[in-house]
Design a protein around this ligand. Structure first.
Ligand code: ZN
Length: 242
């Protein structure tokens, strides 16, 4: 190999490495330690100490209680407890505000792998991310819940649907007359092609669940317009009610 060619190959490799580092910086997003081969986003120590909820293993849990409502919810779970003053909050902030859709997707992949390891691969047919209103989407550039759903779907081997829509302000709703939509108390979400969800195990995906009112709005919108076989909720963060 000529020296010119080996220089060229080295330059290409360096470019590849730096492009990958842009997607996944090679430091732990929690403690800042340099990651070693095989570690993604979090180092092995921070993965071990992640304040996991394990709610997917608990039949009727704090999220079922929090969300309430009249519709039966099968699995309601989130990956880890979220405290705004915790170092783990960096993961959510980065996925949501720091223009890192790849982080959101990777969080979904990591959580999905743990759900799959606990035998939940076949539990969901379609994942529906909580949609962002168009104004927010334009500002942020991506919907972090969609990215989380993509990662989860990849790990769980299911589909991501776009049936949930964020309803816009009054002056534009008339243009949505073609949609079969459900206006609940808050009227935040609508369902596109509700018949597509009939008979399916549907999971709503959000980045963080706090009071649960957002996912409850989604549940109400779905259950009113279609007949899924199961309704589920998955998130990355769950705020701890203290
Ligand atoms: Zn770490």
């Amino acid at each position: 190999m000529t020296s010119a060619m080996s220089k060229y190959i080295r330059a290409i490799r360096l470019m590849g490495a730096s492009a990958l580092d842009t997607v996944f910086p090679r430091t732990c997003r929690v403690c800042g330690r340099t990651l070693v081969t095989g570690e993604k986003l979090l180092c092995i120590g921070c993965m071990a100490e992640l304040p996991r909820t394990y709610l997917h293993n608990v039949g009727f849990n704090t999220l079922h209680q929090r969300i309430g409502g009249e519709h039966e919810i099968d699995i309601a779970a989130g990956w880890f407890y979220y405290y705004s003053d915790s170092l783990y909050a960096h993961l959510i902030h980065e996925a949501k505000y720091n223009d890192r859709p790849a982080t959101a997707c990777q969080l979904g992949r990591l959580y999905g792998a743990e759900l799959a390891a606990d035998g939940l691969s076949d539990r969901f047919d379609v994942l529906l991310p909580v949609p962002l209103h168009r104004d927010k989407l334009l500002k942020r550039g991506y919907n972090q819940s969609l990215e989380v759903a993509r990662g989860l779907a990849e790990a769980l081997g299911c589909e991501v649907g776009d049936n949930l829509t964020a309803l816009r302000s009054h002056h534009t709703q008339t243009r949505r007359s073609g949609y079969e939509r459900y206006d609940n108390v808050r009227g935040s979400f609508g369902i596109r092609h509700p018949e597509e969800l009939d008979g399916l195990s549907v999971a709503i995906v959000d980045d963080v669940i706090t009071t649960g009112s957002t996912v409850l709005d989604c549940i109400n919108a779905i259950a009113t317009s279609s007949t899924p076989s199961r309704l589920n909720i998955l998130s990355i963060g769950v705020t701890h009610m203290r």
